[in-house]
Write a protein that binds this ligand. Sequence first.
Ligand SMILES: N[C@@H](Cc1c[nH]c[nH+]1)C(=O)O
Length: 416
Amino acid sequence: MDSLLHTPEGVRDIYNEECSKKNALSAKLDRILKLYGYKDIQTPTFEFFDIFNRERGSVPSRNMYKFIDRDGSTLVLRPDITPSIARAVAKYFKEETIPLRFSYCGNTFINNSSLQGKMKETTQLGAELIGDRDIEGDAEVVALAIHLLLESGLTDFQLDIGHVGLFKALVAEAGMDEETVSQLRVLIESKNYFGVEALVEKLTLSDETAKLLLKLPELFGSGDIIAEARSMTCNAEALKALDEIEKLCQLIAEYGFEKYITIDLGMLTEYDYYTGMIFRGYTYGTGDAVVKGGRYDHLIGQFGKDAASVGFAVVLDELMLALSRQKIDIPTNEEATMVLYEPEYRSTAIRIANALRNINQAVSMMKKETDRSLNDYKAYSRRYHIAHILYVDQDKELTKIDISDDSVRKMPVSEF
Ligand SMILES: N[C@@H](Cc1c[nH]c[nH+]1)C(=O)O
């Protein structure tokens, strides 16, 4: 019987305070998205497999939850919301040539290996700036991500900014096969210097390319590393990527957010749809990114609309974890009142509850059981963060109990 209460590994229930806080956080962040002109969009939780297949460059197929529809089509629970937005935009905004801004909040499902101990269902709150190919678009999106983290209450965080163009240019120049590229990516990403060295030695690369690849895991820090990287390559595409990061950092300074960014030229990603700058935000309390995003100029084109785009997603669950470990409160504005009534005064109690709800106060009604004492209800209120009890045991007067200090006051019912 007990096993009926279990949930599968990687998913969990969220309730009480934690759930109120998660919703409050998402509403708070949503307000900022609106301030930047992002409009709500919702796409389905499951889609055809092809929306996320290898060509799109999202999560690898083995990490997706796949199932079969009645008619035999293969469906997946979305592992990522960006390809869905790309599909929807190509479908409903095909003719629009001026940039569009969309934001969303929804759950994603990734069937990670259990060994990693990661959650398999997570809530993402994201923004996509569609049809903007300029560096100003990159800067807006990075600034917005920083603004959201500040709004959440975090003060100590860093946004690492990289660019897939640098790595792509180097491996293209070296003519590496896909398997080697992916091995190298993992090694550089995990800053495994010796691993990179061993692999690079096995390949036939120009001295210049080999040196820069070896150096990538260390190219992390402030603007100076751009100059350092620049001095190490003549590859035009690689130089272009470096120029872009430099310009992006200047624009982020125009937003006043430069202190939150770090350049990380060794930052790479498994998502193949990225074509330009990529970024990830980190803070204390969780090793995983609380926000992640980047530029993807060809994804929407795969659905038939040519629209260079850039966006990101805040991983709400990671952000919640970080906030809680950093003891940063998320105010929920939940000053709930309990209207506790003796059965014969039910209609008086309903009138009182309605009057309070009319002035936007949250009320939970509770019929008093004969075998429970007032103290039982006070203890319950303490457990569930109820601020007051209004005890209705006659028509004319009620008793107001303040749970924080146990003080008691009589009030005329006519006041409601
Ligand atoms: N969808 C990406 C984040 C992102 C949104 N837009 C661009 N990138 C992810 O799940 O990591």
